[in-house]
Structure formats: C-alpha cells, structure tokens
Design a protein around this ligand. Structure first.
Ligand code: FAD
Length: 428
C-alpha cells in the first residue's frame, strides 16, 4: 500500500515521526509538500525554498523524492492520493487556528475517500496538551510547566528512514523558485541546520549559561531551523541535555513548547489580549515607523531593529528591549510590533511571536505584567562595551566605549542620527 506524508513544518528526514512510521509500515511512500498561495511566506520565501531544495536532495539520496504541488494542500493531497491509490495521508500536528482548520478539512476529506488520516507529534518536544496541572485545565505560567516538562521522559530520537520507496510514475513537480533577492543571514535546509547544530553543541553551548544575555554574542540561531522543522526539537533537547551547560539551553527550548501549548489551549491568544492592559493604544504612525526603521534615537533599540532588517534575526534580549520600548514607552499596540516581526523574522511563528509579544506588553499570562525595561540600563547590561550598537548603527561607530549608548551626552550632535524620541528624563 501507499502512504502520502504531507510535510508542512517538519522539513527533515532525521527524527521525523510521520515519515519514519510511513517508511516502516507502507510499501510506498510519497513525501509531499504543497505550496499554498494562501500562506504568504514574506521574507521567509528564500529560506523555505532552500529548505525544500535540500529536503528533495536528501530524499533522493534515500531513493525517494520530494513531490511538490502548488495550490490548496487538502485538494492537492486528495488528488494525489487518488492518482497513486494511496491508503492514507499522514502529517505532523500543528497548533495554529489556520493549521488546525486545514487538518480538520483534511480529516473530513480523508473520511470521504476512505483514507487513513493520521497526525503525529513532530513540531514540539512534548505534544501540546500532554501536560496538565493537577486540578486545572492548562498551564498558564512557565515555571510550573517547566518543572513538569523537565521531568517528563522525552520520546526517542528516530533515525532517518533507511529507504524511501516512491511509487512509479509520480511527477515530482517543481520547487518554488528561489527569490531573486535572498534575505537574511541564514540559509534554509536540514543540511545547514544540522551543521549549525553540531557546531553549536561542540562550541557555543558551553558558554550559553553565562553569555546568552550579551547582545553582541550570537546564541545558537537555530530558531529558523526549528520554525521550519529543518532540525528536530527532540533531537536538539536530547543532545544538548547531555552536555555541560545544557540545562539553561534546554530551559529556553521549553519556552518554545510552553508557547505552543498556550496557543493550543487558547486559540484566540494570537490576536486577543489574554489580560487586557489598556483600553486604547497610542495611534502614532510616525513613531511606529521610526521604530521599524531603527531611527528612534535610542541606540540599543535601533541596533535591534536594524539587526532584524539586515539579518532576519534578532537577539532575544534585543527583542525584549525593543518590544518593551514600543509597548510600554511609546504605548503602541503590541500587534503592530508582532506584525513587523512576522514580516521580517526568519523564525517568526504564531505561538512564539504572539506569546512573547504578550509577555513583553504585559497583556499575557505573565506573573509580572508591569515590568518596564529601561533601555539605557539594559543597554549597559547587555552591551557593556557598545559592540552591538557599533555593529548595527554605523553612525555611532566613532563614539568610544559605552558612551555610544548616550549620544545625546556627546558635545556635538552625531550627523545623521536622530535625537531620542523620548524625553531624556525617561531614559536613565
Ligand atoms: P537560543 O537562545 O539559542 O535558544 C534556543 C531555542 O530556544 C530557540 O531557537 C527557540 O526555539 C527557543 N527559545 C529561546 N527563547 C525563547 C523564548 N523566549 N520563547 C520561545 N522560545 C524560545 N522565537 C521564535 O522562535 N519565533 C518568534 O516569532 C519569536 N518572537 C519573539 C518576539 C519577542 C517580542 C520576543 C521577546 C522573543 C521572541 N522569540 C521568538 C523568542 C526568542 O527571542 C528566539 O527564539 C531566540 O532569540 C532565537 O534565537 P536562538 O535560536 O539563537 O535562541
């Protein structure tokens, strides 16, 4: 019999539960990716196209192929199922409302065609909803979730299939063309993701506990690979947990699972405040645009926003600082910030982006919603020598040491760099 594995955000052959099970159980397997015009990949188009190209090569090495179609994933999967006389369609379960609607439509269509429809866990370490508090419905706060999550036995890391047996006469279809202007610092794909993972485990991880709050030091940068499933979160956790310094890192990965389970339990969270903070937000398009452009006149904020524009990635500390600045200093709606991040981040996904934005804005399920990050104090802590600001805000590169964080104290105005958008009294 033949099984179609509909790949979505699990673009890998290593530790891919749906693919592994299909290759073990079925005589023939069709790994399928459907390019859905309803999903606008924004600046992630190039990363995705590289990831698909790499996945196709890997599957070909295993004797199979990546079959690509363009259109509605449900209609295309069913059409292909009829063509190859498949017995089932299997996929990895997702949590966003959009993805869950697609899963429901696919389940209905499969029922109508008498196809075996199965969902596998593949996007998180612990499946959302698996852990529930005693006497409660869902975890809303991270620390109790982490306590239970860290004690939970993780599933075994699966090897790539020994062989992928594609049925005869399947047209592999064409991959989406790479964008003419590649964006970002990172190249998509399982090969590159695994290379970075190996490098990280053998190098950066050891200093993570001490150094991960320093803005000039790059953290693992595995987030875009996790976003598209080019690397498996179970594998990342299993391999890093065994190494010195691994616990702090694993704890961060638990945040990712936490936000997936929150998004799964509270589907309205991506748009609606969990705990409304203010009746109205400031309607200040000019300030929002200065923030987007990295022209607020507050160097650490501008460094973060420009890193995002140049690299499609931003250090976690900078994300917190720019987010707090937008929502708590400028009083601008977090959704404006989340939309901009969603446009430019290679790692943007709904649970993590919206979950973190609500955390920063104090509208989420956080225990300290009134926390306001002081950008200047933060700058001196996370970028003590000003290295990060000098890297991304070249107008200020000539200012020595940490004076780079307070250009307004400089005797002469710095050409091309704006005065701070906030009253200086508010800054220190
Ligand atoms: P590392 O520090 O190396 O951490 C390893 C992994 O742990 C990350 O790849 C990520 O999967 C996970 N992780 C770390 N911190 C968090 C966190 N706070 N929440 C959830 N997972 C975490 N992360 C996204 O993956 N997608 C987003 O859209 C996203 N939006 C964010 C928006 C805001 C306002 C903030 C404050 C944070 C956001 N984050 C998001 C979380 C975090 O900033 C990134 O995951 C991290 O910076 C990615 O870099 P890294 O892989 O080098 O992280």
């Amino acid at each position: 019999e033949t099984v179609i594995v509909l790949l979505t955000r699990d673009l890998r052959v290593h530790d891919n539960p749906a693919l592994a099970e299909a290759c073990e159980q079925a005589r023939h397997v069709v790994p399928l990716f459907v390019v859905d015009p309803a999903i606008e990949p924004r600046h992630r188009a190039d990363f995705l196209s590289c990831a698909l190209d790499d996945l196709r090569s890997r599957l070909r090495e295993l004797g199979g192929d990546l079959v690509v179609r363009h259109g509605d994933p449900v209609a295309e999967a069913i059409k292909l199922a009829r063509q190859v006389q498949a017995a089932g369609i299997w996929a990895a379960a997702d949590v966003s409302t959009f993805a869950r609607r697609r899963e429901e439509r696919l389940a209905d269509a499969c029922a109508g065609e008498r196809l075996d429809f199965r969902l596998f866990s593949g996007l998180t370490v612990v499946p959302p909803g698996d852990l529930v508090p005693i006497g409660g419905d869902h975890y809303r706060v991270f620390t109790p979730y982490w306590r239970v999550w860290s004690q939970t036995r993780k599933r075994r890391v699966l090897d790539p299939p020994a062989q992928v047996r594609l049925p005869a006469n399947v047209d592999p279809g064409t991959l989406p063309a790479p964008s003419p202007k590649p964006f970002g610092l990172l190249k998509g794909g399982e090969t590159e993701g695994r290379r970075r993972l190996d490098e990280w485990l053998g190098g950066g991880l050891a200093g993570y506990a001490q150094g991960h709050d320093l803005a000039a030091v790059r953290t693992s940068m595995l987030s875009p690979y996790l976003r598209f499933g080019c690397v498996s979160p179970v594998e990342v956790v299993t391999r890093s947990a065994a190494l010195p310094g691994g616990e702090d890192y694993v704890r961060q990965l638990c945040w990712r699972d936490f936000y997936y389970q929150v998004a799964s339990a509270f589907p309205e969270l991506p748009r609606r405040d969990y705990r409304p903070r203010r009746a109205t937000w400031e309607d200040d398009a000019e300030a929002a645009e200065a923030w987007r452009q990295g022209m607020t006149g507050v160097p650490i904020v501008d460094a973060g926003m420009r890193q995002l524009r140049e690299e499609g990635w931003m250090h976690n500390r900078l994300r917190m600082i720019v987010g707090s600045f937008l929502t708590k200093r400028l009083g601008i709606d977090w959704r404006i910030g989340a939309d901009h991040f969603n446009d430019l981040l290679l790692d943007a996904d709904i649970p993590n982006n919206c979950g973190n934005w609500q955390w920063v804005a104090g509208t989420g399920n956080d225990t300290r919603p009134n926390r306001v990050l002081n950008p200047l104090r933060q700058a001196k802590k996370v970028d003590p020598d000003g290295e990060c600001v000098r890297r991304y805000v070249p107008e200020l590169a000539g200012l020595p040491g940490s004076t780079v964080h307070e250009p307004w104290r400089h005797p002469a105005p710095v050409p091309g760099y704006p005065a701070p958008m906030l009253n200086e009294r508010l800054l220190p």
